[in-house]
Design a protein around this ligand. Structure first.
Ligand code: C2O
Ligand code: CU
Ligand code: CU
Length: 464
């Protein structure tokens, strides 16, 4: 990869942007008045003390903007690729028409340097989603190319603060520079972890929250590997939504490590936090012990809200599966029988390795030949998908184009909910249901991106 030449002007702009930090990153780009410009570029930003070279972002010298769209209103995002490699933009979790899904070789051709694409769709669902490339996905994500997209409710519920937080581990050395992004040995196991945990591209930042207020904390796990176990010690609140969709029943509030909320790569949660403490800590339970991701510091005159004042999120207009008439489809996620791969194109980052499979087929992810569909679904019909993980690793399984309802697990009690990404634990089988209402070829893959890139990928075809 070639790096952008650093002039004095871009350096100063970059430093100023880095100093503005969360404030800048959180400034939303609002759709509505004409197309929203979005540019992917090579950049540098200070995650540690020295700026990290060789980053990618949809912003200059900072984390990508939070895009804000509105439920039921047409959005147009005018994208341009200013990087020295190919890319596309995918809208993770948004139910968009197939030709707007941004998957290289499946729904569009990869975009070269200087090329653009207008993504046009009308989001049917409100909630917290994210956008990221779907070409050379591993490298581009690891270098920072992804952002949060919020779809505001047609009538937004009134919180005292809306706080989007993008979680990401960067793989950096002490000098702040990237170390090798992937270790093949890890790719064949749980995946390669980063070394520096960040929230909105900052290490253990402090966010101001209104004292006694109700905060809508939107957490997005954009990491390529880490399954977070999130909790906020001694705090009070309500889990409002998982993966964009409001919950229709209560879930335990993650006030302790025992009730920690698992948030896998690709997943999001909306937490309704009642600010009762001077400082609330967002923690993750990692292997080496508990780690603080961010600190929420209460300020201002006390608003005196109570849990009873928590706004309710209206349900999204999802198609209810007809379980009585459902057809069953089985999927098994396993080790790869194929070994190393030959062929494939390097345009979107072919790894040449196959460690994983779906239904015994190890796919070439991001390759010009997507192969045959794993299953063909009749448009309008209900399907129950049995998802069996026969490996010893976690696999957050993600489906494009449609949301599905989680029915249950053979290992644990799961709160029934709608999602686009379901975490399968070691040896676990989960049943989900969906109505195949969106025609097209929909990618179905693990969101541990090294798994996706080494075989754990495929697609479902919904007939037109
Ligand atoms: Cu988050 Cu196939 O993507
Ligand atoms: Cu997706
Ligand atoms: Cu996986």
């Amino acid at each position: 990869m070639t790096r952008m030449p650093m002039t004095r002007r871009t350096l100063i702009a970059g430093l100023a942007a880095a100093a503005a930090g969360a404030a800048l990153a959180a400034r939303p780009l609002r759709a509505g008045a004409g197309p929203v410009p979005l540019v992917a570029r090579a950049t540098r930003a200070a995650i540690l003390d020295t700026p990290t070279e060789g980053m990618f972002s949809y912003a200059e010298g900072a984390m990508s903007p939070v895009l804000r769209l509105r439920q039921g209103e047409p959005a147009e995002i005018r994208f341009r690729n200013d990087m020295d490699e190919m890319t596309t933009v995918h809208w993770h979790g948004l139910r968009v028409p197939h030709d707007m899904d941004g998957v290289a070789w499946v729904s569009q051709l990869p975009l070269g340097t200087g090329e653009g694409f207008d993504y046009r769709f009308t989001p049917p669902d409100a909630g917290t989603y994210w956008y990221h490339p779907h070409c050379n996905t591993f490298e581009q994500l690891q270098r920072g190319l992804n952002g949060i997209v919020i779809v505001d409710e047609a009538e937004p519920p009134a919180f005292d603060l809306d706080l989007p937080v993008l979680l990401r581990d960067f793989r950096l050395g002490k000098d702040g520079q990237f170390t090798p992004l992937s270790v093949p040995r890890n790719a064949a196991r749980g995946g390669t972890l980063g070394s520096v945990m960040t929230a909105n591209w900052q290490v253990d930042p402090q966010f101001e929250v209104p004292s006694g207020g109700l905060v809508r904390l939107r957490l997005v796990n954009s990491d390529v590997t880490r399954v977070h176990q999130l909790y906020l010690p001694d705090s009070t609140g309500q889990v409002l939504a998982l993966d964009g969709h409001p919950l229709d029943r209560q879930m335990p509030w993650p006030a302790t490590v025992e009730t920690a909320l698992a948030l896998a790569p690709g997943q999001r949660c909306d937490l309704g936090l009642l600010v009762t403490l001077p400082a609330t800590h967002l923690m993750t339970d990692a292997k080496g012990g508990a780690r603080r991701l961010a600190r929420l510091a209460a300020g201002g005159t006390a608003l005196g809200r109570g849990l009873a004042d928590m706004p309710r999120l209206p349900p999204n207009p999802l198609p209810e599966p007809d379980l009585g008439a459902a057809e069953r489809l089985d999927f098994v996620f396993g080790w790869s029988p194929a070994g190393d791969a030959t062929g494939g194109s390097s345009l979107c980052g072919e790894t040449g390795q196959r460690f994983w499979s779906i239904n015994r087929i190890a796919a070439a992810a991001d390759g010009p030949d997507p192969g045959a569909p794993l299953a063909i679904l009749q448009r309008g019909r209900t399907y129950i998908l049995t998802l069996r993980n026969e490996t010893q690793n976690d696999h957050p399984i993600h489906l494009h184009g449609m949301a599905f309802r989680v029915l249950g697990s053979d290992r644990r009690v799961l709160v029934p909910h709608w999602t686009d990404t379901i975490l399968l634990r070691e040896g676990e089988t989960v049943e989900v249901a969906l109505v195949a209402d969106n025609p097209g070829d929909w990618v179905f893959h693990c969101h541990v991106i090294e798994h996706q890139k080494t075989g754990l990928s495929g697609f479902l075809r919904v007939t037109t």
